[in-house]
Ligand binder design. Structure first.
Ligand code: DOR
Ligand code: ZN
Length: 335
């Protein structure tokens, strides 16, 4: 059994910077044609100069692979319509983090006051710049995404021309909210399609499955799987692959983030095949993103085959999801 994917895209990717970037960029650049790059560096990416220079460092780390980094700016309340207009040619999105909700988000927005931010949302609507959002409150960990849905609703209804992307959705309610507003879209990660809170903390604690938003219930996972495998045009693949060195995960105060870049496409093929929906993977892992972001990625064909592989124990000091476990699909060739 074989599947050829045309120009797969990962619309939510953490590539980091410095040595980590140089070490791990290849795992995405090899098998994906492009990815939306997250801006939560230290300091966050908030200027045109920083975007241009970070993109150059990414391309250098990709070492000639055919791969387009679609850049995102880290949302600041101080952005002006003029700045956004000047930034537009260099970016594909602006990513909004509520302050302190996840890794390196301290410089995010302290309270989302729609009236105060209206000029920014209006400028983004007019310029056609999508707003990507980490949608969590600082409430009880299992309820944070649910509590944030009121914010999504108010932005989506007040700015109907603004493309809003609910990043890494994890709940049944989020999957349902998508249907309510034409301008709401979502990314879904590999891990939220595969795991629940039981895998993280139901037995022995597994730090390599700890992420934000935390994995939820079986019912939530099933709702995500259904919209992903049925080629719902409102959702696209965004791995949220987020590498941290093993020493930052296997410790007290474990960093949030799951590294999935090297296994993403094989694991997605396994999941879609299990549900008899293999042919819908092209929509989920590329076509929907092209339509939502209005992008044309470079040509790259990834041939996957049903062939067992054992996931390595680590990649450059980073432990991947499902290390040392088996996958039934493998990447056979890339053109
Ligand atoms: O688990 C996560 N890790 N969630 C995020 O939102 C950020 C990411 C990271 O940067 O490590
Ligand atoms: Zn992320």
């Amino acid at each position: 059994m074989k599947l050829t994917l045309n120009s797969p895209l990962d619309m939510h990717l953490h590539l980091r910077d410095g040595k980590m970037l140089d070490d791990i960029a290849k795992y995405s650049a090899k098998s994906f044609a492009g990815a939306l790059i997250m801006p939560n560096l230290i300091p966050p990416v908030t200027t045109i100069k920083a975007i241009i220079e970070y993109k150059e460092r990414i391309l250098k780390a990709c070492n000639g692979e055919i791969f387009t980094p679609y850049m995102s700016l880290f949302f600041k309340e101080s952005y002006t319509p003029e700045f956004l207009r000047d930034a537009k040619p260099f970016i594909s999105a602006v990513k909004l983090y509520p302050s302190g909700v996840t890794t390196n988000s301290e410089g995010g927005v302290s309270s989302i006051d729609i009236k105060k931010l209206a000029h920014i949302f209006e400028a983004m609507s007019e310029l056609g710049i999508p707003l990507c959002v980490h949608g969590e409150t600082d409430g009880f960990v299992m309820d944070r995404e649910k509590e944030f849905s009121a914010v999504y609703e108010s932005i989506a209804s007040a700015f109907p021309k603004l493309t809003i992307i609910m990043e890494h959705i994890t709940t049944k309610e989020s999957a349902e909210l998508l249907k309510k507003y034409d301008n709401l879209y979502a990314t879904i990660t590999l891990h939220h399609l595969l795991i629940t809170l039981d895998d993280v903390a139901g037995g022995l604690l597994n730090p390599h499955l700890f992420c934000k938003p935390i994995a939820k219930t079986y019912k939530d996972r099933e709702a995500l799987v259904q919209i992903a495998i049925n080629a719902d045009k409102k959702v696209m693949f965004g791995s949220d692959s987020a590498p941290h060195l093993a020493s930052k995960k296997e410790c007290c105060g474990c960093a949030a983030g799951i590294f999935t870049a090297p296994i993403a496409l094989s694991a997605l093929a396994e999941l879609f095949e299990k549900h008899n929906k293999l042919t819908n993977l092209q929509a989920f892992a590329s076509d929907n993103a092209r339509n939502i972001y209005n992008i044309t990625p470079p040509k790259k064909e990834v041939v996957l085959r049903k062939k067992e592989q054992t996931i390595p124990k680590e990649f450059e000091g980073v432990v991947p999801m499902f290390a040392e476990k088996r996958l039934t699909w493998s990447i056979e060739q890339i053109y």
